[in-house]
Design a protein. Structure first.
Length: 163
């Protein structure tokens, strides 16, 4: 067996390793096509879902009842001065003062990142730390310069839906 490594052999081995790395990088590592993955949930004021689970995780499990069709959130789940993020609809529903509910697109106007949490009267984008007022969606701290787009909502009883 030849102990000498040829340039051709070294380059072909490196190329195969690069292809393997590219394939691994492009795959997510999980296959959700065969699983019963619940729809994205709502995210409450402190970065937790409305049912108290850690933020970033989909709310709900296969054993829970799905929300009513078209429902964004329950009024009782939205704290005064806070809000919930409805990932599936890309909407953040807030309650700036008791009994007043508003909704905005949950996409930052700076570079299009999804907002991550609602805290202390502000909607926060994690990408560059832009913050927006829950009262009117206006930017409070940059780099975002434009307000979040308001989304029309309606309510019946305790349920808030898109209008």
């Amino acid at each position: 067996m030849d102990q000498n490594l040829t340039r051709r052999h070294a380059l072909s081995t490196a190329a195969l390793a690069g292809v393997g790395a590219a394939v691994a990088a492009c795959s997510s590592g999980t296959d959700t096509s065969a699983r019963n993955v619940p729809p994205a949930g709502t995210q409450a004021a402190g970065g937790e879902t409305a049912d108290g689970k850690a933020g970033g995780e989909a709310a709900g499990t296969a054993g829970e009842k799905p929300a009513a069709a078209g429902a964004l959130a329950k009024k009782s789940d939205i704290p005064v001065g806070g809000g919930v993020i409805v990932k599936a609809e890309k909407v953040v529903v807030v309650q700036p003062e008791a009994g007043t509910f508003k909704a905005y697109r949950a996409i930052c106007t700076h570079e299009g990142c999804p907002v991550k949490r609602v805290r202390d009267g502000l909607i926060v984008c994690p990408c560059h730390n832009s913050t927006f007022s829950i009262a009117d969606g206006s930017p409070q701290k940059g780099p975002a310069k434009k307000a979040l787009a308001e989304v029309r909502i309606s309510s019946e009883g305790d349920t808030i839906t898109l209008a």
